[in-house]
Design a protein around this ligand. Structure first.
Ligand code: CS2
Length: 492
């Protein structure tokens, strides 16, 4: 008998057998659906769901989360099989703590439950929508940041708006249709919160939702947009917790820690941070009582996190993969890993707002977080979707450094490693197993003969950075580093 068969499944019934310290902080039965969340990934369950539970426990509120998953029917089935309970393990070095979180009360599949999604969005008691759908879920144009109305799923959904009641398949489509239904029913104010890693994620979400409505065939769209101007807010946020994708080993580890079979555990670092722009029009959840921070302007926090944490993550991913490492902790164990994080931080620091945390101190904290040997954060996971991540993480600071006449050797080296990693693999992916929605365009840059400098320019263009592609000093500097990177050398 395997361990999976031997163990009772985690559920509302079986959870009562656990030690009180491992049980949900608040009875899930007592919660009401007040938050609709899109994206049932590990990050959401280890972050917003944990804050919501802590907030409920701290102030006696009853905010329950309904999760809507756009893609994985397996995740929805497994959550339902566990009454939406799952465990979170805090992975401090040498000290693993596992407990069950109980703030998710319902799990829906976007394609199967549009009626329930619509019903919840019209419910005046539902005050907040949150999203972790990754950069891909926003269908933004790389050049303007507006909605890409030529993206195939958006084209289909926009066409469907011509027939009343036709099903919509994308998160943006269902969200827009839900807002329209709300406008015609309760018209209660509501807040839509992007929890994805994008600078200005609030305005980014506002732009694509409004863009969808503007491009729709709905006859009442002007009235809907006018109502939204006062009744729908898009607060910006920064979210932070390192949560690698869950593996089978993690499932076994969490299940044996609980003594109950958990198919949906999440394992993350003990650190977590959530900063939200205090710009709500609906009822504001008491996430601050769970440790979140409401501030008038999130920009300083956002740039610090995106450029230093996510920026150095991506640099470690591509340079580490080329040097034969698998995880972030592997990189930190090399003789160049810590120097890379520090050199990256010093280079990018002049592009950060002066207010707020000292970048050098932030970088030292990062070194400790990245070094955590209890985390197995795959470089392949971080290196995926590069064409969507790099504009947020590297291109902005690179442009600013160049505009101020400052050198950017670490970013150039990191870009060389990204270029090297984009070589197509025969299995349709990329050289080191990373994936990218733009991989056909990237692969095309590797067919035919071209000078290395021209190839770098072509790849930068495919990533939407035509201005950087046109900077011949930059493309030459990147091309010059390619041989060293290919030989696995990290020459800082
Ligand atoms: C990572 C992030 O996968 C990635 O691209 O850089 O998921 C990172 O771990 C989180 O943003 C940390 O808060």
């Amino acid at each position: 008998m395997t361990m999976a068969q031997a163990q009772t499944r985690l559920s509302r019934e079986s959870v009562t057998r656990l030690d009180p310290a491992a049980r949900p902080l608040v009875e899930p039965q007592s919660l009401r659906p007040r938050i609709l969340h899109f994206g049932l990934g590990a990050f959401h369950r280890a972050h917003q769901a944990v804050y919501t539970e802590a907030a409920n426990a701290a102030c006696g509120e009853r905010w329950g989360i309904v999760d809507v998953e756009p893609f994985s029917s397996r995740a929805v089935e497994e959550m339902r099989a566990q009454d939406c309970l799952y465990s979170v393990t805090d992975r401090a070095p040498g000290d693993l703590r596992t407990r069950v979180v109980g703030s998710v009360i319902e799990a829906l599949l976007l394609s199967e439950d549009p009626g329930r999604v619509r019903e919840l969005l019209t419910d005046a008691d539902l005050g907040t929508v949150t999203l972790t759908v990754t950069e891909k879920g926003y269908h933004r144009r790389l050049d303007t940041g507006g909605l890409d109305t030529t993206a195939a799923p958006i084209v289909t959904d926009l066409a469907a708006t011509a027939s009343e009641g036709a099903p919509l398949a994308t998160v943006l489509g269902q969200l827009s249709a839900g807002l329209r239904a709300r406008f015609h029913s309760t018209a209660a104010p509501i807040d839509l919160i992007s929890c994805d890693n994008m600078a200005g994620n609030g305005p980014a979400l506002a732009t694509v939702v409004r863009g969808f409505i503007e491009a729709s065939a709905w006859a009442d769209k002007d009235a809907l947009l006018a109502w939204m101007a006062d009744s729908v807010s898009f607060p910006a946020t920064i979210v932070d917790r390192i949560v690698p994708a869950t593996t089978d080993d993690d499932r076994n580890l969490a299940s044996s820690a609980l003594g109950l079979r958990d198919e949906m555990p999440v394992l993350g670092e003990p650190y977590r941070q959530w900063v939200l722009e205090d710009a709500f029009v609906g009822p504001r959840p008491h996430w601050d009582r769970g440790g979140a921070l409401y501030v008038p302007d999130v920009a300083p926090y956002q740039l610090m996190k995106l450029r230093l944490l996510n920026g150095s993550h991506s640099a470690m991913a591509y340079l580490g993969l080329a040097a034969g490492c698998r995880t972030v902790a592997d990189v930190l164990a090399t003789d160049w890993g810590e120097s890379l994080v520090r050199a990256f931080g010093s280079e990018v620091a002049p592009t950060l707002p002066r207010a707020g945390t000292d970048p050098a101190a932030y970088v030292e904290d990062l070194v400790v977080r990245f070094r955590n040997p209890a985390m197995h954060h795959l470089l392949r996971q971080i290196g995926s979707d590069g064409t969507l991540k790099l504009p947020e993480r590297w291109f902005g600071p690179l442009r600013e450094l160049r505009a101020n006449g400052r050198p950017a050797p670490v970013l150039e080296l990191a870009l060389a490693a990204w270029v090297h990693a984009t070589v197509p693999h025969t299995d349709g992916g990329q050289r080191y197993g990373t994936v990218d929605p733009a991989s056909p365009a990237l692969a095309a840059c590797w067919s035919g003969s071209m000078t290395p400098t021209r190839r770098v320019a072509a790849l930068l263009t495919a990533a939407g950075a035509e201005d950087l592609a046109a900077a011949t000093d930059l493309t030459a500097a990147i091309a010059q580093r390619l041989d060293g990177v290919a030989a696995g050398r990290v020459e800082l």
